[in-house]
Design a protein around this ligand. Structure first.
Ligand SMILES: *Cc1c(COP(=O)(O)O)cnc(C)c1O
Length: 377
């Protein structure tokens, strides 16, 4: 999964220390795959997954829109060449002055999931379009998004009606089926709820226009995942099932699926040890850990493919840990990770599928380790 271009770059440049290399050709292919899989759906790239300027510029040039969660992300999307009408302020938790700043930058599309948030948007972004996020249980996702965002579908109608009363344009419904969602059918239940909200609003004389299908599209780690095409087909069928001949405007917000497969982290073995003479499981310490960008190993949720030049020989399950002096800095222990028996200090390892949710999670200088170095090629 590490592309030849990434291998060549690492061979030529031999960067010291851990680093992420992102192959923009893969991002380009991923964008094209979503375009093709859902031709009538607008793509709002979720900036938080990887906000490197080269990534944003490439996607902006290909016509992507952007899902932003803060004023800084909005500024990054604008700097990359997106116009404000291609930006959604998709965070349901915003300060009123940040809403005002986004409005001043031209943003007119905002997420809400509560009455108070509606009132903030109405004051700071008068007349804007809002969509209401509904809860989604995240079943089937490897990185579910809990109950932090969204309201019960039964409340959404009142929230959207509140928006209308306050002079906003109730524009649609959004949800997120959970990140790294392996089930292509996961959108069905939420789309049924969305269709019900559309019907309830129509009864109140309000015609909603848009369903935001969120992210959740996976990256291939150790297990195969369905193709973009398979997600597109399942989503299209669910839209027809619940909306019939009145399919609304739709948008998707892929983050992980857009950039995860485009990146590989190069790291180095710092120590291999056993805690007792005849202990079966070795400890392998790398120069990158939870605080260097691999935060999604939390609870061992995301299990990255790890490649070494010694693969093919005898393997043995290892506990893998990072280099910092925090005992939480262990990547895989509950389920030890098979690595070559001959693996030794100084060996290079490639951690694959790390283009999403790594650089931005990397600490600034915990224990003096610099933030994760990144290269776009
Ligand atoms: C994080 C996020 C996304 C991206 O999710 P992925 O699972 O990485 O595709 C999309 N929409 C919203 C609102 C998000 O917060």
């Amino acid at each position: 999964m590490t592309t030849q271009r990434i291998r060549d770059f690492l061979d030529d440049r031999r960067p010291d220390g851990p680093c992420l290399v992102v192959d923009l050709d893969v991002v380009r292919d991923n964008y094209a795959a979503y375009r093709h899989a859902l031709p009538d759906t607008r793509i709002y790239y979720a900036v938080k997954a990887n906000p490197m300027p080269e990534v944003l510029e490439l996607l902006a040039s290909m016509g992507s829109s952007f899902d932003c969660a803060s004023v800084n992300e909005i500024k990054m999307a604008l700097a990359a060449g997106a116009t404000a009408d291609r930006i959604s302020y998709g965070n349901t938790i915003k300060k009123e002055r940040d809403i005002a700043a986004a409005f001043a930058l031209g943003v007119r599309l905002f997420a809400v999931d509560a009455f108070e948030e509606v009132e903030k948007v109405a004051r700071a972004a008068p007349g804007a379009r809002v969509f209401c996020r509904i809860l989604c249980d995240g079943a089937g996702a490897e990185w579910p998004l809990s109950r932090k965002f969204g309201c019960e579908p039964s409340l959404a109608t009142s929230v959207l009606d509140h928006a209308r009363l306050f002079g906003l344009v109730p524009w649609g419904v959004s949800f997120h089926v959970g990140s790294q969602q392996a089930n292509t059918g996961a959108w069905d239940g939420a789309l049924a709820s969305a269709a019900q909200i559309f019907a309830d609003m129509a009864e109140r004389g309000v015609e909603l226009g848009m369903v935001n299908l969120g992210g959740g599209f996976p990256t291939r780690y150790l297990k195969d995942v369905p193709s973009a095409e398979a997600y597109g087909a399942a989503i299209h069928e669910a839209l027809m099932r619940h909306f019939g001949n009145h399919i609304p405007e739709t948008i998707i917000e892929p983050g992980r699926g857009m950039v995860g497969s485009a990146g590989t982290i190069k790291a180095e073995v710092v120590l291999v040890s056993r805690k007792a003479e005849n202990e079966a499981t070795r400890w392998v310490y790398l120069d990158i850990g939870k605080f260097g960008g691999l935060a999604e190993t939390m609870d061992e949720s995301i299990r990255y493919p790890i490649k070494t030049a010694r693969d093919g020989g005898a393997m043995e399950p290892c506990i893998i840990a990072g280099p910092t002096c925090d005992s939480a800095d262990v990547l895989y222990e509950k389920t030890p990770y098979p690595l070559p028996l001959s693996l030794t200090v100084g060996d290079e390892v490639l951690i694959e599928g790390t283009g999403a949710y790594t650089t931005t999670y990397s600490a600034v200088a915990f224990n003096g380790f610099p933030p994760l170095a990144t290269y776009c090629i």
